[in-house]
Design a protein around this ligand. Structure first.
Ligand SMILES: Nc1ncnc2c1ncn2[C@@H]1O[C@H](COP(=O)(O)OP(=O)(O)O[C@H]2O[C@H](CO)[C@@H](O)[C@H](O)[C@H]2O)[C@@H](O)[C@H]1O
Length: 236
């Protein structure tokens, strides 16, 4: 059963994070901070200056990789498929509401790792020279365990996220899968710890009702709303 916390993100509003209906996700035993390495393969901070109405303006930005995301619908079982994982950026954001960003270890009794667990669409970064659909196909296989033909992946929206600071392009896709296409449990590759979560359409509807909040990004909400508007049988 789903549990939500009403209210804005300033109040605790994790997707059932603390007492998960989906079981314990991972075993994080230590979290600490360090300064960013001089060169990161993932992000590049820089400063953009411009003159607007003859006034000098300065914006500090972070260049990030573009991404693909997929609204996944299992038609065999009439379920939408999502992923849960620990996100260090979300954890840091939850933590920094309560105390300044620190350099040392975090007190995990006070700030349990579950604060950083999200519910998200299956997604990945565009970190190789392949078509966006191919990258989406790989993420569906690696994260969720479904082996689908590339031409079953349908584009929905192309937009930018974090327009004030990072502005990565995000390609949102839709893909219908069936049980016969499930070739593994998913869960990610290499060191990834990802849990596949299935929600009924009624549970997904609950997610996008006014006032409900999740610990994930907006793409899940946009994707679910698109699905309910365009694909799902109308609720009575
Ligand atoms: N900043 C970072 N620092 C260190 N290692 C990193 C890293 N970013 C990625 N990695 C490594 O790369 C691996 C693969 O990442 P993915 O391509 O699956 O993107 P991710 O699912 O993190 O989502 C990403 O891409 C989707 C789609 O754009 C976004 O929604 C989501 O916010 C974004 O994190 C991660 O498991 C991690 O090991």
């Amino acid at each position: 059963m789903l549990k939500f916390f009403r209210g804005g993100l300033r109040r605790v509003c994790c997707f059932d994070a603390k007492k998960s209906a989906f079981g314990r996700l991972s075993n994080i035993t230590r979290i600490w901070f360090s300064p960013l390495p001089a060169k990161s393969q993932w992000i590049k901070p820089c400063c953009v200056l411009y003159l607007e109405n003859e006034m000098k303006k300065e914006t500090h930005i972070v260049k990030v990789l573009d991404g693909v995301l997929v609204v996944l619908y299992n038609k065999s079982r009439d379920k939408l498929i999502f992923v849960r994982q620990f996100r260090a950026a979300v954890y840091q954001a939850q933590l920094s509401r309560k105390q300044p960003i620190t350099k040392g270890d975090v007190d995990l009794q006070k700030f349990p790792p579950e604060l950083g667990i999200t519910l998200e669409l299956c997604a990945g970064q565009v970190d190789k020279d392949q078509s966006l659909k191919n990258i989406a196909r790989e993420e569906i296989l690696e994260e969720c365990g479904y082996d689908v033909p590339t031409d079953s992946i349908q584009p929905i929206f192309h937009y930018r996220s974090g327009v004030g600071i990072s502005s990565g392009a995000q390609a949102l896709f839709y893909c219908e899968v069936c049980d016969e296409q499930r070739v593994s449990a998913g869960g990610g590759v290499d060191k990834e710890v990802i849990q596949v979560v299935e929600l009924s359409l009624d549970e997904a509807r609950e997610l996008v009702k006014t006032g409900m909040t999740t610990n994930g990004g907006p793409a899940l909400l946009v994707g679910v709303m698109w699905f309910l508007l365009n694909k799902a049988p109308k609720s009575s």
